[in-house]
Structure formats: C-alpha cells, structure tokens
Design a protein around this ligand. Structure first.
Ligand code: FE2
Ligand code: FE2
Length: 235
C-alpha cells in the first residue's frame, strides 16, 4: 500500500456550527506534479464550544451589577461536585450548575433583608428564584444562538434545581447542596445575629435532607456534621 502525502490545489467545504459537534467538512481535490496522479481527501475539524466560559463571564458581570454578594466560589464548587457525581457531565449541565442561582443577581433586594421575615425554603421565594433563573439563562443562550435542545435542558435544570424532579435536575440539586454545605453554610452561620439560629439551622438541614442520591449524601455527611458543630459551638 502506498500512502501519499498530498499537495492541495483546490479545497471546497461546508460546515455547521453547533456546540462540541462536528463543525466543518472540507473536501480537497489535489493534482500531483507527477503526471496522472490525483487524490481526493477530506478533513473534519472540531471546535470546542466556549459557551460555558461565556456563561461564567455573564454570571460574574450580572452579580457585579446587582446588589447581592457574589458567590463565585459556590458556583465553582457546584460545578466541581457535579463533575465528581457525574464525570461525563456535558456542557448544558456545566452551564446549569454554574448559573443555577443567576436570579439572585437580578433580585432587587439583598438576601439579608429578604430572609429576615421569610424561611430560606419559602415556597414562593423558591418558585420565583427557579423560574426567573430559568428565563434569564434561556434568554442569554437564545441571544447567543445556542442549540435549542440544550437551552431546554438548561432551563429545566435551573427551574428545578431547588427541588429536583428528574435525573438531571436532581444531580444539579445535589451538587448545589454539597457546595452549599462546603462553602455557604459557614457564611450563613456568620449571619445568625441577623436571621436567628433556628432559621440558619433549618436551612442547613434542609440543604442536607433534600439530597437525592446516596453517593452525594455520603459525600455531604462530613460537611453537614462540621457546620452543625460550628453552629452549636458558636451559639
Ligand atoms: Fe438556588
Ligand atoms: Fe446555589
């Protein structure tokens, strides 16, 4: 068998832009300097979507412009736990994990004030938080011409990230709980003077109790115990 290294003279192609998928098919027709020698070949080029990075920037910019404190560490750790629970998580899942709390950036009042007279898992607050987040991210992704099917999945995961209900939303909810117990719970303990010990404790327990998978629960157990100890020692 002879393998020719070609000299390309002509090149025709067509392509399709879609995240992480086949993007460009290029045909070549080549004529060799050697008389009577021609070859036809094709190449496939891949380009990795950078939508996840665009979403990260959008989340950061949104929080910078809002009245609520940035929690980038919480978002990063939600993604990190997602990768631990589901190592093959694809881009829509990573986007949902990073942006699940985007609605908080657009909330006109800060969390300290909002939860002074409400429980953290107040049904109305949760419903609005999930629905607004789903709509904000769907609009952002539509404006960027992101794949429709993926937008639907991101919307669905954000719409159910507090209460779960399907396989993907449950994984985002579990990752959020793990990140909360690892990162945010200590911040909430620091605000016991504002919200009261009982309310902070109920939030910590609720975030632990809602975890759906036994693997995530096992991973969350030491964080849950640690923050409960901290709460009791301090107050
Ligand atoms: Fe949330
Ligand atoms: Fe969260």
């Amino acid at each position: 068998m002879v393998i020719d290294i070609e000299l390309t003279l002509n090149r025709f192609g067509f392509g399709k832009i879609a995240e992480n998928k086949f993007q460009f098919l290029c045909f070549r027709f080549s004529k060799w300097k050697i008389p009577g020698k021609y070859s036809i070949s094709f190449e496939i080029n891949w380009r990795v979507s950078d939508m996840y990075n665009q979403v990260k920037q959008f989340v950061e910019d949104s929080f910078n412009a809002g009245v609520n404190e940035k929690s980038m560490k919480h978002f990063e750790q939600t993604v990190s736990w997602l990768k631990r629970l589901k190592p093959d998580a694809d881009e829509p899942m990573l986007i949902a994990a990073y942006s699940h709390d985007i609605a908080r950036a657009y909330r006109p009042i800060d969390s300290k004030t909002l939860f002074q007279n409400k429980e953290f898992n107040d049904p109305e607050v949760l419903k609005d938080h999930q629905e607004q987040g789903a709509q904000i991210m769907a609009k952002f992704l539509q404006d960027k011409d992101y794949n429709k099917e993926s937008i639907k999945r991101v919307e669905n995961m954000i719409r159910h990230h507090e209460e779960g209900g399907d396989t993907e939303s449950d994984i985002i909810m579990d990752s959020d709980s793990l990140s909360y117990l690892e990162i945010n719970a200590k911040k909430h303990i620091g605000l016991v003077d504002v919200w009261g010990k009982g309310k902070v404790e109920r939030k910590i327990d609720w975030m632990f109790d809602r975890i759906s998978s036994s693997k995530a629960k096992e991973l969350a157990q030491p964080y849950h115990e640690e923050v409960k100890d901290l709460l009791y020692k301090q107050f």
